[in-house]
Design a protein around this ligand. Structure first.
Ligand code: SF4
Ligand code: SF4
Length: 407
């Protein structure tokens, strides 16, 4: 398919042709529900991509707005009876935008989400130190603008960060295998407690845990933003770093979803989907086969938030709930549609009003449950929830809640 496309990453003919325009995806689409506008729906976006593909429209301003407004939450994929791979098609459309509507700001953003920013340990460490200083000076409280909102959701950061990179831990009981942990870009310095909990529980489940040196940011945010070459370079580096590992464990839902789909970023690459597991999948399996214990019920409710890239992209629903129950808590449901919380990578910076609207709605749903603890398996969602929830409500990764009862 060519016509208006110029890159090899463009939406493919079979992806667009699969849409039969039934509209079943409309009720689950957050941007359609907010606006009621067909142009903000999955069906409308696919129609716009098809118009470019057949040459009746160009990649111009309106197309840019329609694609950029999408959260890439992939709720539409789950609802679609024709199995339209919307996430892949949208990444293709974003790659076209990055090329056909290239600008200095867009190129800079691509580099920040790739090699110069999230892909650079040095840059992430510097940003972490600056953010840690900002937290101590209470900068987010008086700083205006979008960055203040993002900083407000961060966990307290250390001034000097440790790293798990290149380290290894032996299993506690008789080993069942080796698990290679994705360190991630900001997970290491910003969510060190989540990694510590993952490592501890994996060891107790019988895994030797290794964090291979040489790995980099997974590239999910670069891919979502259309910085395809940056995303490919990061995927290739991780391909080399994780060579030889049969089990790659990820404790950030967005990163795990992207790693599982590396096959489409590394042509002829290995079958990543069968090697990558979310931490909740691995631990839920170990609980069900008796390698890990369950705790007595404590009747404390925990609201389980479903990150889009866990529930819609990876189709994992039960595993985080298994961990919460095994920790003794009572699972409390928030929203049967698991609507996006509005974090969506850099969406909160690019579309702050829509992001805040969705974040506020999610916070209201959580508050209505009365739960004082929220379990979320994705760092971006956690930050968004903390920004919008009352400060006394705890937001933690399910693996943290489970690790606490093991210790
Ligand atoms: S990915 Fe999410 S926001 Fe985008 S069209 Fe699909 S449901 Fe709507
Ligand atoms: S549900 Fe699928 S086939 Fe139906 S309109 Fe949406 S994307 Fe097209």
């Amino acid at each position: 398919m060519k016509a208006g496309w110029v890159t090899p990453d463009a939406p493919r003919e079979e992806e667009l042709a699969a849409c039969v325009h039934c509209g079943l995806c409309l009720p689950v689409c957050p941007t359609y529900r907010l606006t009621g506008d067909e142009a903000a729906s999955p069906r409308g976006r696919l129609a716009a991509m098809s118009a470019v593909a057949n040459g009746s429209a160009a990649v111009e301003g309106t197309f840019d707005e329609m694609m950029s407004f999408c959260l890439q939450c992939r709720a539409c994929e789950v609802a679609c009876p024709s199995l339209v791979p919307f996430g892949r098609a949208m990444e293709g459309a974003r790659a076209e935008l990055a090329t056909q509507r290239s600008s200095p700001a867009r190129r800079a953003r691509g580099r920040l989400l790739g090699s110069r920013g999230l892909g650079s340990r040095r840059t992430v460490a510097l940003a972490t130190t600056l953010a840690a200083i900002g937290q101590r000076l209470r900068v987010p409280r008086w700083m205006p603008g979008r960055l203040a909102g993002a900083l407000a959701g961060l966990r307290p950061l250390p001034l000097r960060t440790a790293t798990t990179l290149g380290r290894a831990w032996d299993a506690w009981p008789a080993p069942v295998g080796t698990a290679a942990l994705l360190a991630g870009c900001v997970m290491d310095p910003w969510f060190a407690a989540v990694h510590a909990a993952s490592i501890e529980v994996l060891r107790r489940a019988g895994y030797r845990v290794e964090v291979p040196a040489g790995q980099v940011c997974c590239g999910a945010l670069a891919a979502h933003d259309g910085a395809a070459d940056e995303a490919r370079a990061l995927a290739a580096a991780n391909q080399a770093a994780f060579a030889g590992y049969d089990l790659i464990v990820v404790d950030s839902a967005g990163c795990g979803a992207h790693l599982k789909e590396y096959g489409s970023w590394i042509p002829g690459g290995e079958p990543w989907g069968s090697r990558v597991r979310d931490i909740t999948e691995v631990v839920a399996a170990a609980i069900s086969d008796g390698r890990l214990p369950t705790s007595p019920e404590n009747n404390i409710p925990v609201a389980v938030q479903d990150p889009c890239h866990l529930r819609h992209a990876q189709r994992i629903i039960e595993a985080p709930r298994t961990l919460v129950r095994a920790a003794g808590y009572t699972v409390t449901e928030i929203d049967p549609l698991a609507m996006c919380c509005g974090a969506a990578g850099v969406y909160s910076l690019l579309h702050p009003e829509t992001s805040a609207e969705l974040g506020g709605r999610k916070a209201e749903q959580i508050s209505a449950t009365g739960a004082q603890i929220v379990a979320s398996a994705n760092p971006g969602c956690e930050m968004q929830l903390r920004t919008h929830l009352d400060a006394e409500i705890r937001v933690a990764h399910p693996i943290e809640l489970y690790a606490e009862v093991l210790s």
